[in-house]
Structure formats: C-alpha cells, structure tokens
Write a protein that binds this ligand. Structure first.
Ligand SMILES: O=P(O)(O)OC[C@H]1O[C@H](O[C@H]2O[C@H](CO)[C@@H](O)[C@H](O)[C@H]2O)[C@H](O)[C@@H](O)[C@@H]1O
Length: 380
C-alpha cells in the first residue's frame, strides 16, 4: 500500500471545516482528517456549551415564559389553600424551611443590598417560636445570618453545604443543639482559588459580580448587558474547565459554581429533618418555601417522601415540583403570619374554655378562620 492510497480527497467546505482551514479543496491523509474532525468536534462542543449556557441564562430571566409550556400548570395559592395546608398538620409537627433571596427578601440589583424588612423578620421570628425553622440558601451562611439576624433558627448556607443549628436552646427537645454539618469542607481551598480566578477573568465585563459563598461561588449577570452574556459564559467556562470536580448550575440571573458532590437543598432538608428527630417519622409536616431552580431539589424531596408541601414563590406559572404558589415575598409574610395566628388560636383553644366563636370575634387577631372548625390537636 502506498502513501498515495492512504490519501483521501476531501472537500473541506462540504465537511464544514471552513473555520479551521483555508477554503480550498485539499488532499488529506486519514490521520490529518481525523485530527481535523477532532479539532472541529472539540471546537463545536465548546461553542455548543457556551451557546447552551447563554440560552439557559436567557431562560433564567423570571419574566420570560416558555411558549411551549403546555405541561406548566397553575398551582393553587397557598393563601387560598391555607385551611387545607394546616388541616394536613393534624397530629404532626410543622417544620418550616425558608429560602432567602426572592422569598424573604425581594430580588434587587445589588446582592449586598438584599435586606429583609423588619415586618418580615418579625414574621419569621414568630414562626420560629412555634415551629422549628430553617433558612436554606445559596448564600454564605454568615452573610445570610447578617441579613436575618435571628438566633433561634437553623441556617443552611451554600445550598445546604454549611448547616448550623440554633445558638441557644430551643423548645424542641428532640433537636440536636450542636448540629454543624459541612459535607464539602475539602473544597474550601479550591472554591477560594476559583473565586479569585473568576474575579480576575470577569473584571473587564461591565456589571459582572462574583460572590464568594464559601462552599460555592455565584457569578451574577443581572447588571451585565445581554450582549456580553456570551463573553461572560466563556470566561466562566474557561475557569471551570480546569476544575472537573466543580459543576455549574443556575439561579435567577446568576451562575453558580459548586462541588460535584451529591448535595443540594433537598439533601439539606432531609438532613435537618433527621437532626430534628423526624428522619423516618410520619409525625411531621415539612413546609418548604422557595423561589428558585435550586429550591426544586427540596420540592422534589417532599414530593418523593409524600410528606409536607413545597410552595413556589413566583408571579408566573413555572414547571415545578411544588404543590402551591405564593406570588411574592409580601405573600410569604402573609402566609407566615396566618400560620402564627392559627397556631396561637389552637394553643389558646387548648388552654382555655373559649369557644370558637369567642376566638373568631377576638379583634386581637388579624386573621380569623372563616369556619369555626378548630379541633383539638392543631388541625382545622
Ligand atoms: O438560595 P437563595 O437564598 O435564593 O440564594 C440564591 C442566590 O441569591 C442571591 O442572588 C439572587 O438575589 C440577588 C439579590 O436580590 C439578585 O441580585 C440576584 O440576581 C439573584 O440571583 C445571592 O446573591 C446568590 O449568591 C445566591 O446564590
């Protein structure tokens, strides 16, 4: 066999190799041809990844609704279904799980300014008086604590990779007071390194902001011109390519870089239920309220367990594993207040001779159940 026999006449244009070769017809050996294909394949794979990422950055805009959203159903409002929700808690302990951004605080341009209102803080504090309560967030735990400022809660930062229990004794004796769980601690130096690299790589992209969330990193593009999203995606990919142990997920106008470990908000929810003594128990009704894609992991866990309710905070219909919706943080506050008022009524009913009617006309409460069906044991 001569070398000549191994040479194949290739029309580089017809093979779509235009970007890699001058636009001429040329004879190539099989080895050259293979290398060309590989090069093109890799280049296309990279391009597709970036394009895919930019598409998904566009889709993550909460104001857009997919046109082919036949499977997206309107979930009922958790406010209009309030009685059914608390009714399901009869004989069970409600445990509250609350996402932070977009749930307790409105979405704002600058992540450092995402404060929660005094009224919302009071609502969360009151809820935590009656029910074990956890904040589950993508943020760094210390940062979210500096926003929430309530000591009696569980905090799960970094998408649940940094869990800490309340700093002082709480009423629930089953609770493990000393809980501190950090399943990704070995990733700390790597995350730090990636954070620095991302700050460097994105500094020329106007509006981009990199946030160190301790066990994960957020790259914000809310203030980046849409024309530069591709450039941003490329920079993020170029850094991530060097760290196969890290993965990319997305939230609301944010790219999230996190360890590839199998841990998310859903796992954190399971961990916290176990820490509270409800690991394999039917005596619990977990309620998880969140607005973001990352909260879907927790909604799914509740659905799979057939226990409790996921409540999605969204003004627009979305594909979700949640059972109910609330439109915005102000409705979350209203829901939390109702929960507290309902619990107070149940507690008073048990410790006094007041009739349902007495409770109903008691002007002290803003919320009065429309029907007087309060039963012993907490259910309506
Ligand atoms: O799990 P969460 O508590 O919802 O945290 C998810 C991310 O929230 C923050 O970003 C989001 O809120 C910002 C402030 O409103 C907004 O500017 C940004 O566009 C949103 O994505 C936070 O800054 C991220 O680190 C969290 O991962």
């Amino acid at each position: 066999m001569t070398n000549q026999q191994n040479v194949v006449a290739v029309d580089v244009k017809s093979l779509g190799l235009r970007n890699l070769l001058p636009p001429v017809t040329k004879s190539l050996s099989p080895t050259e041809l293979k290398m060309l294909f590989m090069k093109r394949f890799e280049a296309e794979k990279g391009d597709n990844k970036i394009n895919g990422l930019v598409d998904s950055m566009r889709a993550s805009s909460p104001t857009r609704i997919k046109s082919s959203s036949a499977s997206i159903v309107h979930h009922p409002s958790a406010l209009s279904m309030f009685e059914q929700i608390v009714g399901a808690s009869k004989g069970k302990q409600i445990v509250m799980f609350l996402d932070y951004d977009g749930t307790l605080s409105p979405i704002v341009e600058d992540p450092d300014q995402a404060f929660m209102s005094t009224e919302m803080r009071a609502a969360v504090r009151d809820v935590a008086r009656y029910f074990p309560t956890a904040i589950v967030t993508g943020r760094c735990r210390d940062k979210v604590y500096s926003f929430v400022k309530l000591p009696g809660l569980y905090y799960a930062g970094s998408h649940g990779m940094d869990i800490k229990g309340p700093s002082k004794r709480c009423k629930n004796k089953k609770a493990n007071q000393g809980v501190l769980f950090q399943p990704a601690s070995e990733f700390l130096p790597m995350i730090d390194e990636v954070y620095k690299a991302l700050v460097e790589k994105t500094k020329s992209i106007g509006g981009a902001k990199v946030e160190n969330n301790k066990f994960c990193v957020s790259v914000h593009f809310r203030r980046v011109d849409e024309k530069s999203w591709g450039a941003l995606a490329e920079q993020v990919r170029s850094v991530l390519n060097q760290y196969p142990k890290l993965k990319l997920t997305q939230g609301r106008k944010v790219l999230e870089i996190r360890p590839t470990i199998k841990w998310d908000k859903g796992r954190a929810l399971e961990f916290l239920l176990a820490a509270l003594g409800y690991g394999n128990s039917n005596d619990v009704l977990p309620i998880y309220i969140g607005d973001d894609r990352t909260d879907e992991d927790a909604f799914k866990v509740l659905r799979d367990r057939g226990q409790g309710f996921g409540i999605l905070v969204s003004k627009i219909p979305k594909e979700t594993n949640a059972s109910y919706t609330l439109q915005e943080p102000s409705e979350v506050k209203e829901f939390l207040r109702r929960l507290v008022d309902w619990k107070k009524i149940c507690t008073r009913r048990r410790s006094s001779t007041l009739s349902c009617l007495d409770i109903y006309i008691d002007k002290k409460f803003e919320y009065h159940p429309p029907t007087c069906l309060i039963k012993e044991g907490g259910g309506i």
